[in-house]
Design a protein around this ligand. Sequence first.
Ligand code: ZN
Length: 167
Amino acid sequence: MTMLHYRDCPGCGVRLLMSEEQPDSRYNASPECWQLYGELTAYTVTRGDVAFMHQHAVDTYGAQHAGEQARPITVAFALIGLYLACEQDYSGKKVQHMHMLLARRTKTWPPFTPPALRGSLTVLDVLRAPPGEQRDHMLRQWRQSVWDAWSQEHARVRALLESVMRD
Ligand SMILES: [Zn+2]
């Protein structure tokens, strides 16, 4: 009988059956979680929806897996994306456009301190929901739970966005 081994993702904490893959130090994610993220983005990219849900998947995963290796711009963009989506009701398309405007305005982004807990939902919960409206709904829940987990940095995210757009 073979023993089954599980591995916890250092970013989101999801426990998945361990594969042969070795962790990649560039990502604060287990290889198994990264694999699921690949499945989710393959799904969101090929949907071709006008609202562009894909952007929310990228920002949510990025914020949930922000680690020491992450570039400040990656984390800042993920958090700004979550702020605009969760609190300003931006579509993925509008968030993408805002990221483009922001990238033109400055090249220096401050670091943010990740919370110890990164929300109760993971990419696995999203993939378990059937494709279509139910999966979109779960993706929004996941997005909200990650944004809520970052509450200690909400004020700084808002202030950063305002100051970059004002300068
Ligand atoms: Zn993970």
